[in-house]
Design a binder for this molecule. Structure first.
Ligand SMILES: Nc1ncnc2c1ncn2[C@@H]1O[C@H](COP(=O)(O)OP(=O)(O)O)[C@@H](O)[C@H]1O
Ligand SMILES: [Mg+2]
Length: 238
């Protein structure tokens, strides 16, 4: 049986902050107990946009994505993702958000003893127990990333690029409206990196909002899109 398809397009417009698929960050200051990583940052991403977050190491790319994902609370300001006020969520609601918003990281942490299919299917079933035909969704996602013929294989038998594609399939299996990716190509060679970015662009073409942190300027010139640039962190005055 086939999953009902990527019903991501045709998102209805709401207000700037609450529109499904949008991201609205206003006056956000983020810190880890010490000096702020950034202060009073504003960022608006429209539903269906593709945005790079660019900046040197330590400039706050991961911090910005963690704020969107609810893993880090801002010191002040507000964060809305997919219409949800992330900064005021707690416990169970946060888990719901994390199930609703797809995310891919540099290290993909697949379960070595599970097959490709199980690596996508089990988190999907755990996160969405009410979902019928979870198998079809998982297979659909793996076909989309070009791994439809490797469903039974274990991660150890796949190349690095293929393993990252399993992680992408895992992130998109529930067909999220927003996909966050933190240097997803950081461990890949240029050929595999290009494949991952092409995949994100394909998902974006299907209606998903994509935010991708990277420090790879070559990728930006090869696949141009809006780029949000974070400045290197200012040195503390002596
Ligand atoms: N868990 C943490 N605890 C304390 N400081 C952190 C933590 N994570 C990141 N930082 C600091 O926040 C700044 C931004 O880091 P990060 O967002 O990881 O940057 P990037 O992803 O652009 O390399 C850096 O100075 C880093 O040392
Ligand atoms: Mg980072």
């Amino acid at each position: 049986m086939k999953a009902p398809g990527w019903a991501l397009t045709g998102v209805t417009a709401g207000s700037e902050a609450t529109a499904p698929g949008s991201i609205h960050i206003a006056e956000v200051t983020a810190a880890y107990g010490g000096p702020a990583v950034f202060k009073r940052l504003d960022l608006d991403v429209d539903p269906g946009q593709f945005v790079y977050v660019v900046g040197p190491s330590g400039s706050g790319k991961s911090t910005l994505l963690k704020l969107m994902h609810g893993t880090l609370k801002p010191q002040s300001g507000s964060v809305f993702v997919d219409g949800i006020a992330v900064n005021s969520l707690r416990g169970g609601q946060l888990l719901k958000l994390r199930r609703q918003v797809g995310h891919v990281f540099q290290t993909y942490e697949l379960m070595p003893y599970l097959s490709t299919l199980e690596n996508v299917l089990l988190p999907l079933q755990l996160g969405h127990p009410q979902l019928r035909d979870a198998d079809a969704y998982a297979v659909d996602a793996l076909e989309l990333v070009g791994l439809g013929d490797k469903l039974k294989q274990r991660p150890g038998t796949l190349s690095m690029g293929e393993q990252q594609r399993v992680a992408v399939a895992r992130a998109i299996a529930a067909q999220p409206r927003v996909l966050l990716a933190d240097e997803p190509t950081g461990n890949l060679d240029s050929g595999n990196s290009a494949e991952i970015v092409e995949l994100f662009r394909q998902l974006n073409g299907m209606g998903s909002t994509v935010v991708m942190a990277t420090h790879d300027e070559v990728m930006l010139s090869r696949y141009p899109a809006r780029a949000v640039r974070l400045r290197p962190r200012a040195r503390r005055p002596r």
